[in-house]
Design a binder for this molecule. Structure first.
Ligand code: TYD
Ligand code: MG
Length: 475
């Protein structure tokens, strides 16, 4: 029998408890339990009724590739794995004001030339949406606008044979199902609303894009199950102070995850950036110490960015380590390696590390570039501005090869870089020839230990000290 009970639901993971507690027992989050009243029925087993037999098939067989709706916004299509798949659900998360509504309105407008598109907002009025469309120069596009937040009404409207082929729901946190007692934005509401909308999209074969708010630590608000329910999860990131934005696929059932699309926020909306490396390197000052260019990969695409380090004497007992755009744990590790293996001293110094332009670098391949920038910041010797660097640094000070050497070198050659500092490749034959071909006229310097980079750009004194230490230990 269903009865109305009071329960406390964790807003982070969706676990429910009969009693309130300060900490969720399931995921360990603090202060995340919120009271929700809802019908809770006792779990039932299967009972005695027998089901039908399901049919198994082999792995081999004819199956169609999903058709794609191409939006014509190439950066968006790339992130989706080559266009939207009809009947699929897309979740777009991101900080407030980053441009989620803008990009989805642009996508809807781009698609509306070929098929029906609807934009349903629970946050803004129709007038606000029209003003935005006008600003974007899209007022002529045939997108159907509505301000609504009742899932029952939305489903009733869209459950028709002539339903639009692309529907935007902005945002899932403002939608509510009137069967539930809890407020919009709670786990139960978000989960049920998304479930109903995704189910309808699958049934009617249209693609639906859900906007999701993020919590202060960057996760999509509501339970993690939201990410499991949809086919594709995109995060819209970027520093608010910078004009460009990165759309990143973190899950995609129809394409590669980790793919990125780069946009620039202008006063006429988001414009595509087909060559992000040129943008990230645009404001670079040549010949300054503490900076170097890292040839990174974002998904399947090479992206060159500048890594900047500044080292200043510290006024505090515990020196500062400030990192923007990279992992601070990784910086601590690299500082320790440089201190222990190369004799550089950072103990009394504040270290600032910045990935210029606001990109967030996640690969360990950036280690070597950061080491070069650090060494150059200590010595004041600039890294040649026409050099790119990449490689992973191990705790023993060894440089490990990284994936996609060819693609990184090709991109660097394309942008006119003349030298590359790269790891010694493990595989001497084919890979080596391929990367040499990709480097097209670039001078390749292969190194195997991090002290070689310190010898190139670091202070001579540090290496001297290490030598004398070695001698003392040996003798
Ligand atoms: P918006 O799409 O409303 O963000 P979200 O839906 O993620 O909260 O974007 C709002 C921001 O974008 C706002 O700060 C203004 C800026 N913006 C522009 O710079 N140019 C434009 O053409 C538009 C429409 C917005
Ligand atoms: Mg918005």
């Amino acid at each position: 029998m269903a009865r109305n009970t009071r329960q406390y639901v964790c807003q982070e993971c969706g676990a429910s408890f009969p009693k309130w507690a300060g900490r969720c027992d399931a995921c360990g989050a603090w202060n995340s339990l919120v009271e929700e009243t809802g019908a809770q029925s006792a779990p039932k087993g299967l009972g005695t009724k027998r089901g039908r037999a399901i049919e198994f098939v082999g792995l081999e067989g004819k199956s169609e590739r999903p058709p794609r709706q191409i939006t014509g916004i190439a950066e968006f299509d790339r992130v989706c794995g080559g266009g939207l798949v009809p009947g699929s659900a897309l979740l777009v998360g991101g900080d407030p004001g980053i441009g989620k509504s803008t990009v989805l309105l642009q996508v809807a407008a781009a698609l509306s030339a070929g098929c029906g598109c609807a934009y349903i907002s629970g946050e803004e009025s129709v007038d606000q949406l029209r003003l935005r469309a006008d600003r974007l120069g899209l007022a002529k596009a045939s997108v159907q606008l509505a301000a609504a937040n009742s899932v029952r009404d939305i489903v009733a409207t869209l459950d028709a044979p002539d339903a639009p082929r692309f529907v935007v729901i902005d945002s899932i946190q403002t939608m509510f199902v009137d069967n539930l007692d809890s407020a919009p934005g709670t786990v139960a509401q978000v989960r049920t609303s998304a479930q109903e909308l995704v189910r309808l999209a699958k049934r009617r074969g249209f693609s639906v894009a859900l906007v999701g708010h993020v919590t202060k630590d960057g996760q999509i608000a509501g339970p993690r199950v939201l990410e499991h329910m949809v086919d594709t999860v995109l995060y819209f990131e970027g520093e608010r102070s910078h004009q460009f934005r990165i759309l990143r696929a973190v899950k995609n059932r129809f394409g590669a995850a980790d793919e990125i699309g780069v946009f620039e926020m202008t006063d006429a909306g988001l414009t595509e950036v087909p060559n992000p490396s040129a943008l990230f390197l645009a404001d670079r000052q040549g010949d300054v110490s503490g900076a170097c260019v890292f040839a990174g990969m974002e998904g399947t695409r090479p992206v060159l960015v500048e890594i900047q380090c500044l080292i200043a004497p510290s006024a505090f007992a515990t020196p500062r380590r400030a990192v923007v755009g990279w992992d601070s744990g990784r910086l601590a590790m690299l500082l320790a390696v440089l201190e222990a293996r190369c004799g550089l001293a950072f103990a009394g110094a504040d270290v600032y590390l910045n990935v210029a332009g606001g990109l967030r670098v996640q690969e360990p391949a950036a280690d070597l570039a950061v080491a070069a920038a650090l060494a150059s910041a200590v010595s004041g010797v600039p890294v040649p501005p026409d050099a790119v660097i990449f490689g992973e640094v191990g705790l023993a000070g060894e440089i490990r090869p990284v994936a996609h050497t060819e693609a990184r070198l090709k991109e660097a050659a394309k942008l006119g870089f003349a030298q590359a500092i790269v790891p010694v490749s493990r595989n001497k034959g084919k890979n080596r020839r391929a990367s040499e071909a990709a480097a097209k006229g670039m001078e390749l310097r292969r190194i195997s230990r991090v002290d070689e980079i310190v010898r190139l750009f670091g202070p001579e004194r540090a290496i001297g000290e290490e030598r004398s230490m070695e001698r003392a230990m040996n003798g």
